[in-house]
Design a protein around this ligand. Structure first.
Ligand code: ZN
Length: 367
């Protein structure tokens, strides 16, 4: 018998009377197979949990990796890790939050108190974890159980202008993942930054680099609608070429020196190869695209001879939310422009299709 809790949602017994009303949640059953199903409503499992009713969620570029490669599964993988919502219920040990609070959640949960959290690396929290894995529900759903709620959730103003919601949602992941890339890349005034990838994270990395004062921002991408937005976000140059040709173009643009900082927001090996091709001697490669490879060159011709620093990893967005919030609330940045479509939750499969075919950059999901 399947352990229903392991699945992330208690499956609704069909036809059973007297069971609590169901909610809708998204599961992936294999590559290309996304379904929205009735499941038992989210409820706290631990005294440190909260339940949040989802106001706005979305599909992430990283959701497309299982969309291409997930082996067929009978149980389904709960999907989604970004959301804004309203706290509905808090466990007995949750402090600082009450039902009715409007909140944003980072894509990973964390206690925000352990040694790694205190270092600003909440994605390594000893009591932390990820949404959208078995045992924890996904957030492309009507409600979410949030573990370690007091450390994870950040309260937002209750009366925030609805037009700001997409930008606030980017604080769940993409904008601050771009910010993390730039932060680890030591972007600063006077630096030349090359961003590889014109997806939502790449464009966010452009916006964050601009906010950090980068002098020149070269965006490597070949989808004009996206690179146009990249220019509005602060890219000074766009390079559509890839591989050797793209590397040569960036080297030309930098007087043959290469780029001080390279932010890699794709995750495939050719993007990494481009990164060490364009990085300047003494420069930094910062990766936030989830690597779809386990082995890559680090030897003399790639990193060593150029004294290159390689950094990056899952962004501890919890560390950056409070700092970014005033920029969004006061309209200095509008990272929510990466959303170019919206679907109701029951049509979330259309959102995956649209993003997979690149008909959409990033799609909002409204429960
Ligand atoms: Zn922690």
């Amino acid at each position: 018998m399947i352990n229903l809790r392991e699945r992330g949602r208690d499956r609704l017994p069909t036809g059973e009377r007297g069971y609590p009303p169901p909610m809708r949640a998204t599961f992936m059953y294999g590559a290309g197979d996304v379904r929205v199903e009735d499941v038992a409503d989210a409820k706290p499992h631990e005294p440190t949990d909260a339940v949040v009713r989802v106001t706005l969620a979305c599909v992430c570029g990283s959701d497309l990796h299982p969309y291409h490669s997930l082996p067929t599964t009978d149980d389904g993988l709960p999907m989604g890790h970004e959301f804004l919502g309203v706290v509905e219920e808090v466990g007995s040990e949750v402090t600082g939050l009450a039902p009715g609070d409007f909140v944003v959640s980072p894509f990973a949960f964390s206690d925000n108190t352990c040694a790694f959290c205190r270092d600003g690396l909440q994605t390594a929290c000893v009591r932390g974890g990820w949404y959208g894995v078995p045992g924890i529900g996904g957030t492309q759903a009507e409600a979410v159980r949030v573990p370690q709620a007091a450390g994870t959730l950040v309260r937002l103003p209750p009366d925030v202008d609805e037009a700001l919601l997409p930008s606030l949602l980017t604080l769940s992941d993409v904008y601050l993942t771009g910010w993390h890339a730039a932060h680890l890349g030591r972007v600063a005034p006077g630096r030349t930054v090359t961003v590889i990838g014109d997806g939502a994270v790449g464009l966010s990395a452009v916006l964050a680099s601009r906010r950090m004062g980068a002098e020149r921002i070269i965006l490597m991408g070949r989808h004009p609608a996206r690179t146009d937005l990249g220019r509005e976000f602060g890219a000074t140059d766009v390079v559509a070429e890839r591989g050797e040709e793209g590397v040569a173009k960036v080297r030309d643009l930098t007087g043959g020196e290469g780029s001080h900082v390279v932010l890699e927001a794709v995750g495939h090996l050719p993007a990494y190869e481009q990164a060490y091709g364009v990085v300047r001697p003494g420069g930094v490669i910062s990766r936030v695209g989830v690597p779809q490879y386990q082995q890559a060159p680090v030897g003399t011709d790639s990193l060593f001879n150029k004294n290159v620093t390689l950094t990056g990893g899952p962004a501890p967005v919890r560390a950056y939310i409070e700092q970014a919030l005033p920029d969004v609330l006061e309209g200095r940045i509008n990272p929510g422009r990466v959303f170019d479509q919206a679907v109701p939750l029951d049509r979330v499969a259309d959102a995956y299709r649209a993003m997979d075919s690149r008909a959409a950059l990033k799609v909002l999901v409204r429960p």
